[in-house]
Design a binder for this molecule. Sequence first.
Ligand code: SAH
Length: 256
Amino acid sequence: MTRSVLFVGAGPGDRRLITVRGREVLEAADLVLYAGSLVSSDLLDWCRDDCRRVDSASLDLEAQVNLMAEAVEAGEKVVRLHTGDPSLYGAIAEQIALLRERAIDVALIPGVSSFQAAAARLGIEYTIPGGTQTVICSRRKGRTSVPDGESLDRLASIGSTLVLFLSSGQVRAVVDDLLAGGRDGTTPAACVYRATWPDERIVRTSLSDLPRAMEEASIVNHALIIVGDCLIAPGGRSRLYDGAFSHGFRRGGSPS
Ligand code: SAH
């Protein structure tokens, strides 16, 4: 028997957006530890009736690790369910370190991150043919610090698509930082609240107008801020489908 905890990405909300592998391990689990405020309880319907489902909200880190470790040591199949993809703002590193101290291994099953779900709901591509080829996922500093080199004004100066997690509660400061970093107030901006949940809300506007538009839509938390020209329908065409461009599946008219 493997002594391991499976960290599983739950996806952004809609339970159909978990991976097949993620669903399989939920169906087999003896214990599922999940963050009740962020993970849809619909997902837990896939668990067996006798599976223990524990909301992590009331447990501190040590208590969570103890719970998982004791279950693994008793031979149970343990799943730690994280919203979106566990690799982004999942605070899994500290759990993994404490589990390994107890000689318990971990395996990770990826999930659809909310930033991917937001692009789908906005109907956009973050990278722009002929334009930015970079997406920056970041956050504004809050109670959690952010290294100086990653301050929003510095990231803004690159001119790429920006996707900001955990920052919608300080949207005015976000906009000030991005303007200070050289982004124009007319740059397209959007906010996606609870992407793929039944109460999803989407705001599309300009960077300068974003605080007002979010206030009007009563969006504070559980939302992503997206900024960049990717939000306007691009006129450019991807080189992948350009007749003059060769790639693995099709020979183009001229070498590039
Ligand atoms: N691991 C997660 C992020 C966890 S941090 C992921 O990959 O998506 C929590 C933050 O993620 C929230 O404050 C919000 O900024 C964002 N978030 C998570 N789910 C969301 C959703 N369905 N819609 C919009 N933003 C979401």
